[in-house]
Design a protein around this ligand. Sequence first.
Ligand SMILES: [Mg+2]
Length: 362
Amino acid sequence: MKIEAVDSFLLSLPYRTSGGFHYIAGRPSNTLSMLLVRIRTTDGLTGWGEAFGHAGAVATKAMIDSLVGPLIVGEDADDIAALTETVRRKVHLFGLSGPAVYAISGIDIALWDLRGKREGRSVSDLIGRRRGDLPVYASFLRCSSEEAVEKTCVSALEHGYETVKLHEITVERMQLARRSLGPSTALAVDTNCPWTVEQAKRVLSDVGDLNLRWIEEPVWPPDDYEGLARLRNAGTPISAGENTASVNDFRRLLAAGAVDVLQPSVSKVGGITTLLEILAMANDNGVEAIPHCGYMGPGYLANLHIGASIEPAVPMERLYIELEETPFPTMPAVIGGRTAVPHGPGLGCEPDMRVVERWQVT
Ligand SMILES: [Mg+2]
C-alpha cells in the first residue's frame, strides 16, 4: 500500500499535578507538548504516531514536515523496517539521534498502527502479545517543594500505584518519599544526569538503605557508559538508556556493562521496529529492560503494546499528571496501578480531532 500523505500536529496540552510548578528542559512549563504524526495510505487507512518531543518538538516537527515526511510519500507502507532504514540512511548526516531520528520514530509508530489496521490485529498481537494488562508506575515530575513530594506520594498510594518514580536529586527528598510511601511501595529515582561519577558514588552510599528499585541517569554526560558501570554493584540498580538512540550505541552501552535496567525510548530510538531490536539485545545480554515513556499519546500506546510482550512483566512508565483534556479519549485508564492493553486494531485508540484542533499550536 502506498503512502499518500504525512502530516504532523503539535499540541500544547494543559495539565494538573500535585507537584507544584515545573520546568521541562530548563523552561518553565505548565503544558505538555505532544507531537502527533498522521500517515494516510492509498487504501484509505490512517495511522498515528508520536515523536519526541517536549520543548524541542518544534525542531522535530520541522524535520517531519520538510524532510522525513516528503521522503516517504509515494513509498510502500508495508515493509516498515526497510522503509525506515532507507530514510535513516538518507538523513544520517543530521545525526543518529536528535530530531531526524525522532521524526523517523513517529513515522515508524504510525506505520505499525497502519499495519495493524490493515491486518485487523493489535500491534501487540503483531509483536507477540503475552498479556492483556500491565502494571504502570507513577512517574512524578520534579516537585517544587518537600510538601509537594509528600502530597504526590500520598496521592499515588491512594490511586493504588505499587511503583513510584521521583525526579529528585536531593537525598533528603528521596528519604522523604520513602517515609511517605512506606516500605512496601517500589521507589525509583530519576536524576537526569546531574553528577560526576565520584559525586554519584557518594549519593549511592547515602541512599543504600532506601531499597530503591533503580537510580536513573546519575552521571553526566549520559553516554559515560564506563562511568555508569563503575556505579554498579553498590547495592542500588543503575538504569539509563533514554538518551541513547542508535542500535550501535546501545551495543556499546551493553558491552560496557553500564546498567542493570535498560530504558530505550520508543519515540526517540526510531520507533517500535528499533525498540524491539534493542529489547532483543538487552535480553541476549541478560539485562532487564523497562522502556522509557514520557509520552501520553501514540508513544504511550506503542509502549503498552511493546510492554505486553516483555517477559516477565515490568511496570510501564506513565507521567503522573492529569491532562485537562486528552486527545485520545478511549485510551484505557490506569486503575489500581494497572492498565489494559488496547485490543486494536493497530494501536487501538483514535484521536478526537476536535480536541487535536483545540490544543494545536500553529
Ligand atoms: Mg528519565
